[in-house]
Design a protein around this ligand. Structure first.
Ligand code: PLP
Length: 345
């Protein structure tokens, strides 16, 4: 089967750059960004900073690096960072905050990947007792990956912002999929950004770019992050070809995220009619989790139908809707699921 014939629902990172995006990349004006001379990177950073109404922005290769730079730039080794126990940096970033930044992750529960501000407040360590690890950063994720694509209520982020300021801490938002939240709520990026010190988002999740994320914040913090980017080998030379893809993604692929949410909803509604499947979490955006009796076996049976899903545990699979899944592919996926999952009598 050719790559573009698969119906790949494993992640929204699997999209391939469209011909329009490839043209934009081919035509990009470039320079050496390590010398600060790439005009397309500069244009992207300025646009992103303006959208968030933050002082500065830094283009980085990945969401993982953006999160790590946020930690490195806003903590010291031995500090503690409060985050949800399902948060991406804790679950899926190779333990980098402990291994590289030397901080102690303090993980908390919360419905659908969302932290409860009162609970966060009660876990803040002032560091007055030298036996303990002072909290200097709170990190949230919007939308929540393992929480089923849940959207952080703006009021919750506002409360966390107030708590962080009251305690002299920093608040970071891993906004890998923040545009999914924004199109659903119909609000601008700055609405969330005003409550956090740093915010990152990805061009390669749902927005269709092959690579790239951005970190936003005040000048001093982004300066520090820039130094750490260099230290980690994340300085990129003629990165304008990548920044051009990111600019194209921002200009063309944001509003259409609503289509992915609609397809996720239809997919779920159609499959809810099957008995041997349940949906453990709400699916307000593009991520749908399904509980089944044997996730790896379901994934391999679906593979025979040309459908790829991601088993995330023995009994849970994930299906994610994105730019490369149109209505035709959606309906083929529903049909395949119906064929491999037993129906109710
Ligand atoms: C919520 C979230 N944050 C961060 C990342 C890391 O991004 P990257 O794969 O670009 O390192 C991901 C990746 O899927 C993610 O889902």
């Amino acid at each position: 089967m050719k790559a573009n014939e698969w119906i790949d629902l494993r992640s929204d990172t699997v999209t391939r750059p469209s011909s329009g995006m490839r043209r934009a990349m081919a035509n990009a004006e470039v320079g050496d960004d390590v010398f600060g001379e790439d005009p397309t990177v500069e244009r992207l950073q300025t646009l992103a900073a303006n959208l968030a109404q933050k002082e500065a922005a830094l283009f980085v290769p990945s969401g993982t690096m953006a999160n790590l730079l946020a930690v490195l730039a806003q903590t010291r080794p031995g500090d503690s960072v409060i985050l949800h126990r399902d948060a991406h940096p804790y679950q899926y970033e190779s333990g980098n905050m402990a291994a590289v930044a030397g901080v102690l992750p303090v993980t908390l529960p919360g419905d659908f990947g969302i932290l409860n501000p009162e609970n966060v407040q009660s876990h803040i360590d002032s560091g007055a007792d030298h036996h303990r690890s002072p909290t200097t950063l709170i990190s949230i994720e919007n939308t929540t990956n393992r929480g089923g694509g849940a959207i952080y209520p703006v009021t919750t982020v506002q409360k966390l912002g107030e708590i962080s300021r009251r305690h002299g801490l920093r608040l970071h938002c891993d906004g890998a999929r923040i545009f999914h939240a924004l199109v659903e709520l119909g609000i601008p990026l700055s609405e969330y950004a005003q409550h956090v010190h740093t915010l990152s988002f990805c061009f390669s999740k749902g927005l269709g770019a092959p690579v790239g994320s951005i970190l936003l914040g005040d000048k001093q913090t982004i300066e520090r992050a820039h130094r750490f980017r260099k230290m980690l080998g994340g300085g990129m030379r003629q990165a304008g070809v990548l920044a051009a893809a990111a600019l194209y993604a921002l200009e063309n692929n944001v509003e259409r995220l609503k289509d992915d949410h609609k397809r996720a909803r239809i997919f779920r509604e159609e499959l809810e009619k099957s008995c041997a499947i349940s949906f453990p979490l709400p699916s307000p955006t593009n991520i749908v989790y399904l509980d089944v009796s044997d996730a790896p076996s379901l994934a391999s049976r679906l593979r025979e139908w040309g459908i790829l899903v991601l088993p995330v545990s023995k009994t849970r699979v994930r299906a994610v809707f994105h730019l490369d899944i149109d209505d035709g592919k959606l309906h083929r996926a529903i049909e395949a699921f119906r064929n491999v999952i037993p129906r109710c009598l």
